[in-house]
Ligand binder design. Sequence first.
Ligand code: FAD
Length: 397
Amino acid sequence: SKAQVVVIGGGYGGATAAKYVRLLSEHKIDVVLIEPNDAFVSCPMSNLVIGGSRQLAEITTPYTALARSHGVRVVKGFAQSVDTQRKTVTLAGGGTIAYDKLVVSPGVDLQFDAIEGLRAANDAGLVLQAWKAGPETVALRRQLEAMPDGGVYAITVPEQPYRCPPGPYERACQVAWYFKNAKPRSKVLVLDANPDVTSKGALFKKVWAEQYRGIVEFRAQHKVTAVDPRNGLIKFEVQDDVKANVLNVLPPMRAGVIAQQAGLANLASNRWCGVDYQTFESSVAKDVHVLGDSIQIAPAMPKSGHMANSHAKVAAAAIVARLAGWPVNPNPMLTNTCYSYVDNTNVIHVASVHEYVAGEKTFKTVAGSGGLSAAPNQTEGIYAWNWAQNIWADSLG
Ligand code: FAD
């Protein structure tokens, strides 16, 4: 009988892995993709929906092509548990699926309980994250639209590592762009637990100082301890309380819940999943590959969609090779590009190339690779939107 690969999570890592196992095996391996959502909503570009220049429909892609064009069996459901001994996945509604190889790419778990009051505030819809694109993205946009001119939007940034290092700063730009045009007396506060801007720092700071002078204010070393949404307050470990109208509090993050439950999150106090970087096979469970934001990353490897897509191709090739009895690629390569929109059309990017170094069992940035924009520009605005169209087609088309 045919070998079966089961994939948990239809995001940047999982959808890509499902498609590429089908392609690379020339349809000789069956693939089951488990995903609770009806359609994929992209986190990349979701800040533009918050800024108001794009709609959610423009960043949404159905799963139908994976089934129709590639023969992936898409199961709408939520993986409740994994038995790595018996090699089965159990779904939330009951039902068990057996695997020869398992791919786990559930993204991040937002650690609401690390911040006092945050879970209740989120449940009540008062303090949103919108760090998983979808209904919350639209809800946060609504909060900004409802805010009076002269109000304050505050975004808090957790300590590294977290999903998408430049994401909070891009969002600050998007909200500032909206305020500048629609509510010019309003303010954007960036309250960062880290000592400085984590990604493209000099470029973002220049944009805030020039394009958004008097709107964006950046404050480092602000580690959130509690939220009090009734009084519009954010509380910090050391610094004074901050009052704001719209509170966008990002808690610390860790590997997705299913990865923790399956015992795959073995590193950094059980926060992230250790993998063999040559194949992305879990360092604790045989025949289980972990991708994307859930893994413990090698130095200079961001938690990004582009990276998750790149991990997926390495893992898919290794899975197909092993099931066929072929040797695995000894030197996989990963690439990354992260574009950030500073307004509705101007963009900055950072890019890098990472090579697996067998002697050290890790990925290293290739010397002289990659790059950084000199300044925001409209040409990269075109590249950025095309990057999104291409990666959606590559992962889901
Ligand atoms: P995801 O893409 O989140 O996919 C996880 C999937 O697993 C989800 O569909 C979820 O429903 C599903 N799932 C979870 N648990 C289960 C379960 N138990 N059973 C079944 N399914 C499950 N990256 C870039 O490269 N470029 C950018 O410009 C960029 N911008 C960003 C902007 C913002 C505002 C944010 C928040 C992120 C951005 N990112 C960007 C980062 C990018 O979104 C993530 O790095 C990427 O989504 C990680 O892929 P993943 O497969 O690990 O997780």
